[in-house]
Design a protein around this ligand. Sequence first.
Ligand code: XBP
Ligand code: MG
Length: 247
Amino acid sequence: MVFDVDGTLVDSEREGHRVAFNMAFSEAGLSHHWDVETYGRLLEITGGQRRLASFLREYGHDQHDADGLAAKLHRSKNRSLAEIIKSGGISLRPGVRTLVEGLRDHGIRMFIATTGSREWVVPLLGQHFEAATFELMVTGSDVERLKPDPEVYLKTLSIAGLTPSGVIAVEDSRNGLRSAHAAGLNCLVVVNDYTSDDDVTAAALVVDGFGPAARRLSGRMDVPIPGGTVTFETLVALAGLSWLSRA
Ligand code: XBP
Ligand code: MG
């Protein structure tokens, strides 16, 4: 299983990244402030630095100024984010720990494929999981093109020596789903407050959370495995993750 980070394993955008971006604006003496709704709109642009550059161009900065200022603000934002992480400000979504530990106990290989910057992804996941939990973490710092481009998933498959068959991506957003699909992966989408209106109907299965209370919103997933296929529900039931088969 290949997990996305922001919005999937952790509810990191609203009270994590958004707050850190605003701290970067005030540290730079800028009056910009991204409220919850504005940030939700800006999330359409993946990558914090690209998101900043696009916003600054909207505010009349020319391309060169926007890019230079975005890089400076992004460094500042990630410094503030590191403090938020250290203070325990970014927690796992409910049910994630049970799912990850259940998969690990059943020998299912797990990987990370995120747009987020390596400098905070590693310490954040290190805070919540043992080091060996994820065999590999491919981050936005490790690829040229960000989601919805498939590069981060293709790089994960290539380094792990896997083909898409039998590999399931777990995402929260339309950008993430498009990236996983373009890499040929089955995708389970677990929506959150920011992505509940995303068009993710192309996903094999859409649920509204992890854990026993999860509701299936659409789809069902047949997972190709050597010698045939198994429904995702069967796979998760086999993996002792019966909560998902009830979704
Ligand atoms: C979501 C993103 C990231 C974060 C901000 O990544 O688009 O850019 O919003 O992190 P994913 P950075 O859902 O793929 O985990 O500022 O480090 O980009
Ligand atoms: Mg995400």
